[in-house]
Ligand binder design. Structure first.
Ligand code: A2P
Length: 296
């Protein structure tokens, strides 16, 4: 299937397939990256309260002078804020300098304390967090255009859908050839939930950029290894993808999407069979595997 330009959410909204990721984009670098990306054709920016860069992302949006209505903006409810979803939403809106979010995600099904460092908080149930998010979504449609989740395994999605009144629009998960997450993708497709791939390159110092399957295809199509990795996700139906960069040349280059064949996509995702890794293992939350079979 050829790569998509936009992906339709269950709300009817169109999410641009490729967005700029900002995990690990430090304050100081991210304002410029967001401004540069928006001035050069990006229409989708992803951030999170946990990244501690929402203010700079907002400044980058303002500096770009791109109208807010032309931008798809996502942020996420931080784990220590799960008991105070309403306050957290207002804080994110203020930090980003915007009246509304195109998408607001529960960052992890993993409530944590406000300690430094934060630890797992068993006194709160993330299902109650979803209920708070649903209530805010219904009460303030002008502030929240869509709600969704992130880092949800099939097991946790099943638990969510058993009680949810609003089906999440999106599940944002780690997805690259060493973590294809096919089980989550298949489940989400069946429920009309868009999957957004984070760390599509494999994050910092990724071995995927020099993997021989990736470099062979990069040579064949005369593109960079990063282009192959972003294209792989953009070629999947119901998937959007968030390459992260703070480097101008890479921000520009990462939007070059090519059409891959089914066989090439299978060959890329088969890398996982011999070299599996996660850039972000769920156990950092103190909640164990969060239902991901490869993390048990
Ligand atoms: P930087 O931000 O310094 O440009 P992921 O999207 O999988 O999280 O990967 C992000 C990492 O990949 C960052 O270290 C980023 O570096 C780097 N990166 C982003 N784009 C490219 C590219 N086109 N080629 C090589 N490395 C890249």
């Amino acid at each position: 299937m050829p790569a998509s330009k936009t992906v339709k959410l269950n709300t009817g909204a169109e999410m641009p397939t490729v967005g700029l990721g900002t995990w690990k984009s430090a304050p100081g670098a991210v304002e410029h990256a967001v401004e540069f990306a928006l001035r050069n054709g990006y229409k989708h920016i992803d951030t999170a309260a946990a990244y501690k860069n929402e203010k700079e992302v907002g400044a980058g949006i303002a500096a770009s002078q791109v109208p807010r209505g032309s931008i798809f903006l996502t942020t996420k409810l931080d784990n220590p804020d799960q008991k105070e979803a309403s306050e957290a939403l207002e804080s994110s809106l203020k930090n980003l300098g915007t009246d509304y979010l195109d998408l607001w995600l529960m960052h992890w099904p993993a409530p944590m304390t406000k300690d430094e460092p934060a630890v797992a908080d068993p006194s709160h149930d993330w299902l109650d967090t979803w209920k708070s998010m649903e209530a805010l979504y219904k009460k303030y449609p002008e502030k929240l255009k869509a709600i969704g989740v992130s880092n949800f395994s099939v097991e946790f999605l099943e638990r969510l859908l058993a009680v949810a009144e609003v089906v999440p629009a999106v599940n944002q998960i780690e997805m690259h050839p060493s973590c294809p997450s096919q089980d989550v993708l298949d489940f989400c497709r069946g429920k009309g939930i868009v999957v957004t791939a984070y760390s599509p390159l494999g994050s910092d110092n990724s071995p995927l950029l020099t993997n021989e399957v990736v470099t062979k295809l990069a040579e064949k199509y005369d593109v960079t290894p990063a282009n192959i990795l972003v294209s792989l996700q953009a070629n999947k139906s119901g998937v959007s993808v968030l390459p992260k960069s703070v480097t101008n040349t890479r921000i520009l280059s990462n939007t070059v999407i090519i059409d891959l064949t089914e066989e090439e996509m299978k060959e890329l995702d088969a890398i996982d069979k011999t070299h599996h890794f996660r850039a972000c293992h769920p156990s950092w939350t103190g909640w164990g595997s969060l239902g991901f079979p490869d993390c048990k």
